[in-house]
Design a protein around this ligand. Structure first.
Ligand SMILES: NC(=O)c1ccc[n+]([C@@H]2O[C@H](COP(=O)([O-])OP(=O)(O)OC[C@H]3O[C@@H](n4cnc5c(N)ncnc54)[C@H](OP(=O)(O)O)[C@@H]3O)[C@@H](O)[C@H]2O)c1
Length: 343
């Protein structure tokens, strides 16, 4: 095997993505080396490049959603072997990244891909699902500094499955990648009704993932509020806002019960909160516990991947895809590239 691979490198902060030949890394203890067959694109990838945030060390490689085949196994690894089809969430260290032909995976956040799932589909799962889980279930993580999380028990832990039957949940941005996983986890938790905002063309699909009601996200703020209130008069203890806009945040905040918790994907300015608002916490423990449960959840199709739009040209497709994401042209699907097809 060659010691070199093609990678889409971000050479300096706010630099230009450049296709380069770089070394294939060696797996350390508890790691796998994976030949990357599919990598999904996320808003964070263009946000890092444009604003120079989140990543400190350059050159680096981005791409948080990765699926492929195990090429080599590091020391101490159990349960995985060469040839396994796997997916994992990448990181900002450049080594565990999707926009390259070989990536390292940490085994504690790696899952095997079911036989009936493609690499492209599997690559849509990691970041969106983990973000949904971290936002909804952080209170179950012992090491978390977020004492003020949702206080919900995850459906894969203890008596968590179906625990919140009869309680309503609202997700603003239900057709986003993260929103689709919030719907699926909310269904496993038993929430009902599960109310989402999205473009109405996605209604049937989002109902298949767990939404009981979809409200047209184009309605004016007052109508969004009154449509939710028509569906449920129960106190809204949990609202998950995946839309990074102040206007949506305000509606969500108004609808929230005084004792409730609003989860947001990005920190949004609001001078003082009179109710609990949490920015999706970093919570590695909940993600590790999720990955232990994932094989069973995937087997029973309780968690399904996002719908895929494949970008052509291998890693050369990434930059155009990130432009689509930045310009809000991605609707209800996940963009995916196949690094091995890079010319
Ligand atoms: N904190 C974290 O760890 C973390 C992790 C992952 C993502 N994020 C952030 O979470 C956000 C979503 O990420 P993603 O990957 O899920 O995004 P995405 O799939 O690219 O989001 C696109 C979707 O957003 C929906 N949307 C846009 N404006 C909306 C509005 N006003 N109301 C309702 N829906 C709206 C669109 O809905 P329609 O097509 O139905 O119109 C579209 O389906 C991004 O801001 C991202 O940076 C944060």
């Amino acid at each position: 095997m060659s010691t070199l691979q093609k990678a889409l490198v971000l050479p300096v902060k706010q630099g230009t993505f450049t296709l380069q030949s770089i070394n294939i890394p060696t797996p350390g203890s508890g790691q796998l080396l994976v030949k990357v067959h599919a990598a999904a694109l996320n808003p964070a990838d263009w946000i890092v490049q444009k604003y120079g945030i989140l990543v400190e060390n350059y050159p680096t490689v981005l791409g948080s959603d990765i699926a492929g085949i195990v090429e080599a196994v590091g020391d101490g690894v159990q349960g995985f072997e060469q040839g396994d089809r796997v997916f994992s969430q990448g990181s900002i260290d450049g080594l565990r990244a999707g926009f390259q032909q070989y990536s390292l995976f940490n085994v504690n956040i790696t899952a095997k891909i079911p036989a009936d799932m493609t690499f492209d589909q599997a690559a849509t799962i990691p970041l969106g699902l983990a973000t949904a889980a971290r936002g909804l279930y952080t209170s179950s993580a012992p090491e978390s500094s977020e004492s003020e999380g949702t206080q919900l028990t995850a459906p894969w832990e203890g008596d968590g499955r179906g625990k919140y039957t009869g309680k309503p949940l609202v997700v603003f941005g239900a057709s986003s990648s993260v929103g689709q996983y919030v719907l699926q986890l909310a269904r496993l938790s038993g929430f009902s009704p599960i109310i989402g905002t999205a473009s109405l063309r996605h209604t049937d699909y989002l109902k298949s993932l767990g939404a009981t009601h979809i409200i047209d996200r184009a309605l004016p703020a007052d109508s969004l509020r009154s449509e939710v209130e028509k569906i449920t008069s129960e106190p809204l203890e949990v609202i998950y806002n995946v839309v990074p806009q102040a206007a949506t945040q305000d509606i969500a905040f108004d609808l929230l019960a005084p004792s409730g918790c609003l989860v947001t994907v990005l920190p949004l300015a609001k001078a003082e909160y009179s109710k609990r608002v949490i920015w999706v916490p970093r919570n590695h423990a909940v993600v590790v516990s999720l990955y232990k449960a994932l094989p069973d959840l995937l087997k029973e199709a309780a968690i399904r991947p996002n719908r895929v739009v494949l970008l052509h040209g291998g890693l050369n497709g990434v930059v155009g895809g990130l432009e689509q994401l930045e310009n809000n042209l991605v609707s209800g699907v996940k963009l995916v590239v196949r690094p091995q097809e890079t010319a």
